[in-house]
Design a protein. Sequence first.
Length: 85
Amino acid sequence: MTGRRTHRQVMLLRFVTGQPMNGRRCSDGTFWRRGTRTIGRPPYIVTWQWWTLAAGWQRSLVRLGAVLASLAIVALTATLVLVTT
């Protein structure tokens, strides 16, 4: 084992911790602090301003909330299918 992370591990870590999925910093924010300005983009390009400036914990909360909501819908659907059969 060389200690290097695989691509899947890196992507999962970025997803869970709220980091940008492409690995590039989008703002001057951190995990706990919201960003005040975007980094690396011209000011005339507007892309999901809230998402770009959100703190890492906020992005993580939205991502994991979406995953949990999807799993809840799948579990509810499976339960309803089993009950009706």
